[in-house]
Design a protein around this ligand. Structure first.
Ligand SMILES: Cc1ncc(COP(=O)(O)O)c(C=O)c1O
Length: 375
């Protein structure tokens, strides 16, 4: 028997809810693949919608997790001591400058929780990763969006947008959903000019896929006196999106404050073990980068052939302009067993975002796309 919580005929009052919480729009949830196959009567579905690693998880991570299963009765290592030691060695940075989070999403949230006062303003590019604005709103902050310039993050525009209540600037590099990167000179000029009262949050979720030598890396700028927090993740290049683990890099004064805000065991022990295993698994990491580079080349060639304008990408996904409403294309492709992301929710009604899959998946997507466009 189901004990129903849905009682339409009973009038129930909510406790007082902050107006900015009531105004939040939930993150668009995807249906599980098994549900879709049933609903659409298709046998095989490929998902190229969430910028995940098409190779699966890093085998080194899986082995480390299996080894660690026997310790599940213990609380995790709350300070992330061993993972920080491994990252410290890998990155050449002191453990005090490292912060571990339950996905990089949690680090974004904890940074804003630590430094934002309700009513403060956070500047971010638009379009960019949706969770920035949702997190700011959930914490009672105000979003100020600075439009991209020719699909790129406008660093000058972000500075010009600063006002007396601006507390943080978010820079997504490469930017999701465009895959474009900022240029080193522009970044250095930006860092020089940004006032110390402003936290700069540099989200490098896709930095592992960058080939452009002119793209700066946040880790090279931690020595400045600016308040810089660089965020990275194990979800993409290491294939561990389901495990939920990411890390931040910053001056110890910043990580110290953020450590006061987080839960004592914010990252579970399997995630800590898996991330360490993944860091040592350079074979998987390099294979991922190769398969993404090659797959991106294949997709780009086919977009050219189909006459579809696309934004050259430094990430593991591509933003493509399509000649029909994105939502319609999304549904047509879904019926053919391919899930991509419509960019309608980003205000880009005629754009889709597709991530690089395995070679056979890329082929299946292009074949389905051709069919839909021909119709
Ligand atoms: C730009 C960007 N930042 C952060 C994240 C969140 O990653 P994580 O899985 O580490 O929470 C994503 C996920 O897609 C992303 O696209």
């Amino acid at each position: 028997m189901t004990r129903s919580v849905i009682k339409k005929d009973v009038k129930r009052k909510l406790p007082p809810v902050k107006s900015y919480i009531q105004a939040l729009v939930p993150y668009p949830p995807g249906k599980p693949i098994d549900e879709l196959t049933r609903e659409y009567g298709i046998t095989r579905v490929i998902k190229l919608a969430s910028n995940e690693n098409p190779l699966g998880p890093s085998p080194g991570a899986v082995a480390a997790i299996q080894e660690d299963l026997r310790n599940l009765h213990r609380y995790p290592d709350g300070s992330g001591y061993y993972l920080k030691a491994a990252l410290s060695h890998y990155l050449g940075i002191e453990p005090e400058g490292l912060f571990i989070g339950n996905g990089s999403n949690e680090i974004i949230e904890l940074a804003l929780k630590t430094f934002l006062v309700p009513g403060d303003e956070v500047l971010s590019p638009f379009p960019s990763f949706l969770m920035y604005s949702k997190t700011v709103q959930a914490l009672g902050g105000k979003n100020k969006f600075i439009p991209l310039k020719r699909y790129r993050v406008d660093l000058d525009g972000l500075l010009e947008g600063l006002g007396p209540r601006s507390r943080a600037i978010i820079v997504c590099n490469p930017n999701n959903p465009t895959g474009t990167v900022i240029d080193r000179k522009a970044w250095e000029r930006f860092l020089e000019r940004v006032p110390p009262r402003v936290l700069v949050l540099l989200d490098e979720a896709y930095i592992d896929f960058v080939d452009d030598p002119e793209c700066p890396q946040g880790i090279d700028y931690l020595g400045t006196e600016k308040n810089l927090l660089v965020i990275r993740t194990f979800s993409k290049a290491y294939g561990l999106a389901g495990l939920r683990i990411g890390y931040g890099l910053a001056r110890p004064e910043l990580t110290d404050l953020m450590n006061r805000v987080r839960q004592p065991f914010n990252v579970n022990s399997l995630a800590l073990a898996g991330a360490r295993g993944a860091l040592l698994d350079t074979k998987f990491y390099n294979k991922t980068k190769r398969i993404i580079r090659e797959g991106k080349g294949f997709l780009e060639e086919n977009f050219k052939d189909l006459g579809l304008p696309y934004v050259p990408s430094q990430a593991n996904f591509i933003l493509v302009k399509v000649p029909l409403p994105a939502q319609e294309l999304y549904e047509n492709l879904l019926r053919r067993g391919v899930i991509i992301r419509s960019m309608k929710s980003f205000g880009l009604d005629r754009h889709i975002r597709v991530n690089v899959g395995l070679p056979a998946e890329n082929k299946k997507f292009i074949k389905a796309l051709r069919r839909v466009l021909e119709e």
